[in-house]
Write a protein that binds this ligand. Sequence first.
Ligand code: TRP
Length: 337
Amino acid sequence: MSKKGRILTGDRPTGGGKPHLGHYVGSFANRVRLQDEYELFLLVADYHALTTHPSREDVAGLRDSVRQIVMGYLAVGIDPEKATIYRQSDVPTVAELTLLFTMLVTVARVERVPTLKEKMAESGIENPSLGLLSYPVLQAADILHVKADLVPVGKDQESHIEVTREIARRFNTLYGEVFPEPQALIGEVPTLMGIDGRAKMGKSLGNAIYLMDDPETVRQKVMSMYTDPKRIHAHIPGTVEGNPVFQYHDAFNPDKAEVEDLKERYRTGRVGDVEVKKKLVKALNAFLEPIRERYAYYSARPALIDDILAAGADKVRPISKATLDEAREAMGLGALR
Ligand code: TRP
């Protein structure tokens, strides 16, 4: 099948981030969909992890965090036959491209990127390293060394894609057309609420359902979920909008007729919360079952994960090398022999 274009996206392996339903709705679902239509590259950005976590202990945990991320991809249905999954530091030509790009961006420009201050605050950093300052430049190299057309990211990453576009433009103006100007693909999906009814699901908020939660844990979490607090009896009309139980039904219950029926009865006070929740438990566990199975399969086979990463790197290296040669030629440095 001919594909519509090239997509690159990825994640930082900063450790401990078990994937939850919010991640699924926010990014995984989209990636699984895109792998059929586009040539998809998924990178695990371990160099980027170093920008805020460079300590010896951090680095010691990196290899495993990378594997965890990849297992998450495979569990949700990213197919390594369709998508190219690789670890950033396995393709070090990206570092040379980053170096060339640093000449095309001013310090003032990267100091204005809003995520810099955010990362500093999050990680308690007062004086950013050059590495942290050039975070968006490394990201530009990630995107441009495979000449990606589209970059699916969260809203917070928009400023990095803007830097990428500026670098591509500047390079092309100075040395001739080498790089495409990639587009950010910002998800329109509404953020999944927490089980406590707060606006966002998050690990630190303690309101998440994890993709690897077992069926009983899922049941307990759903049965304890926040719903319309005005509804102390099943016959009191309830509100569906902004009610997490229904938001989850919409996102994960494939039986749309059942969901519409539940909503109708909820609005008119003809269904109890328990029934609505029990049906959600069923839908969620059915949705999670294949994810749990694939996760169990891969977590029992860490060597397979390493093989997938090795194959991914083998596939990206020549692409990266060709782009770097082209850039060096355009600049007059000459390609590597
Ligand atoms: N900065 C991204 C994040 O924190 C991760 C990332 C690194 C990335 N390189 C990338 C995303 C290239 C998209 C494209 O989520």
